[in-house]
Design a protein around this ligand. Sequence first.
Ligand SMILES: Nc1ncnc2c1ncn2[C@@H]1O[C@H](COP(=O)(O)OP(=O)(O)OP(=O)(O)O)[C@@H](O)[C@H]1O
Ligand SMILES: [Mg+2]
Length: 312
Amino acid sequence: MIHALEVEGLVKEYKQLRAVDSLSFVLNEGEILGLLGPNGSGKSTTINCILSLLRFQEGTIRIFGKEMSPKAYDIKRDIGVIFQDVAVFDELTVWDNIDYFCGLYIRDRKQRRQYVEEAIELVSIGEYKKFYPKQLSGGLLRRLNIACGIVHKPKLLFFDEPTVAVDPQSRNSILESIVRLRDEGASVIYTSHYMEEVEQICDRIIILDQGKIIAEGTADSLKDLVKTEEKLIFELRSVSPAQLEALQGLSIVSAAVFEKNRLTVSLKEGTETIAPVLEWMKRQKLRYSKVYSERPTLNDVFLELTGKGLRD
Ligand SMILES: Nc1ncnc2c1ncn2[C@@H]1O[C@H](COP(=O)(O)OP(=O)(O)OP(=O)(O)O)[C@@H](O)[C@H]1O
Ligand SMILES: [Mg+2]
């Protein structure tokens, strides 16, 4: 079976630093694969190596079964990249920017016009066709950046943190566009350090730390890795250290943390009733304004595997 992308034993060193450490993974055709990792975990370096923009020490990259190299122009035609830093021309309008990038691949004017219109429609920036990049908000600028990267209808797409510092409306629009591209047949690598997004749109997730894969699977299968089954969260003013310690002593509790008026009680695997915790709260006369439960998040997975949070 041919994969959209195969990375085998990739090693990239910057002087002493091993930024990518023996990375191997595949991207199936028609899926969104998330590379989730904190700042500096090697996401961008991995993408730049895959694209032959960076030389690397070891490893093989195959794209749709063919070995990638700096001169593999036939492969590059099928690739679209949306870089972490916005790269558009300030002196061109929205339309002309997208048309410029399209023109690198598509000669026919009529077809080009149609592709540009479709890219504009995909990221919903139709009202801004005649605007210059400087006139756009951060979110709209990112959407323009995406339109430029996908306009030639590539089969393999790389999105490197496309939603950093964008407003919620643009963020949703961007995530929806990526899912639509996947539904229309593209294969997608999506990097982020926002676990909620990765969880929302990715079919599979690779968790990276210090250039290594520390876990891989669907969001659900990754969450099955953690020992915490469920968390109970109480909103209240204060809890004493002695109370926290006593709470941790309950047989169904694996951890209890009080932070910013939130008491988070992690329950052990297989816990079927939360009654002992509620009874304990009552006995302690701890009154809370709100209580709710949460399933473990990908941050909990990261925390258990590395001992630190995704956004440290
Ligand atoms: N040109 C370079 N020279 C030396 N070190 C570099 C260079 N580029 C990146 N690094 C280092 O390599 C490691 C991986 O960086 P990379 O940018 O790939 O991480 P990232 O996961 O994309 O992070 P971010 O979320 O901040 O974008 C980091 O420790 C970084 O400091
Ligand atoms: Mg990066």
